[in-house]
Design a protein around this ligand. Structure first.
Ligand SMILES: [Zn+2]
Length: 226
């Protein structure tokens, strides 16, 4: 396994690291992005911790290529704000449309150069999906008809077996939202694309744990990890 650190948008105010981890065997390309919203801190912590575990060898990728962007919008993260404008409405909505934010453009270039067949977009949200259909906290969001749906159902079953408190269990939400990175990567590249949403009113360590557990379940399902 080889772990390499690179720069996204080098030489600009949006410069931020991304990591490419290659397994020793051929396999799928899997991309994980956190920090599209700068105040969803557990998702960024989880992404960074996974990079650290891979770098230090306590976890490893056997097959394929994993690309991780731990904090996409560093400017928003420094202020712990969602970001202005909302970066997750600035990705291309159609094949020939350009992204309308420099960071969204940089991420789209990265997507096009690696062509991931899997994409996880890490977020946090209000509320508990188990209590209300209108909220996204503790949910996996997927666009209707996206080929990730069977994987989402498999991961949900596994994670929910570990969640003792029923109100904290995760649910699938079938949603379309134009301008998101999830919709862009699925429309432009046909990727299996999922948004992970933990509930940000829970304890920080628990949210980081849920995010990491969900990510590793997807990596195993996709065949990158044993
Ligand atoms: Zn978000």
């Amino acid at each position: 396994m080889i772990v390499k650190k690179h720069s996204l948008a080098p030489g600009s105010a949006y410069n931020t690291p991304y990591h490419v981890i290659r397994g020793s065997q051929q396999g799928p390309v899997f991309m994980i992005v956190a920090g599209i919203h700068g105040n969803e801190t557990a998702s960024m912590k989880a992404a960074q911790r996974i990079v650290n575990q891979l770098r230090h060898g306590s976890r490893s990728i056997q097959r394929g290529t994993l690309i991780i962007v731990p904090i996409l919008n560093k400017q928003a993260y420094r202020k712990r704000i969602r970001g202005v404008p909302d970066l997750n409405r600035r990705f291309p909505r159609y094949n020939n449309e350009a992204a309308s934010h420099p960071l969204a453009s940089s991420l789209c270039r990265l997507m096009r150069s690696y062509h991931p067949s899997w994409y996880l977009d890490l977020h946090e949200a209000n509320g508990l999906s188990q209590r209300s259909k209108r909220v996204l906290g503790q949910s996996l969001v997927v666009s209707p008809g996206n080929p990730a749906v069977p994987a989402v159902r498999h991961v949900l079953k596994g994670i929910n077996e570990t969640v003792g408190v029923e109100s904290l269990r995760f649910n699938i939400r079938l949603r379309s939202r134009s301008g998101t990175s999830r919709m862009a990567v699925s429309r432009l590249l046909g990727a299996k694309a999922v948004t992970v949403e933990t509930c940000w009113s829970l304890n920080h360590a628990d949210r980081v744990h849920y995010q990491m557990d969900i990510i590793y379940r997807f990596l195993r399902y996709a065949g990158l990890m044993i």
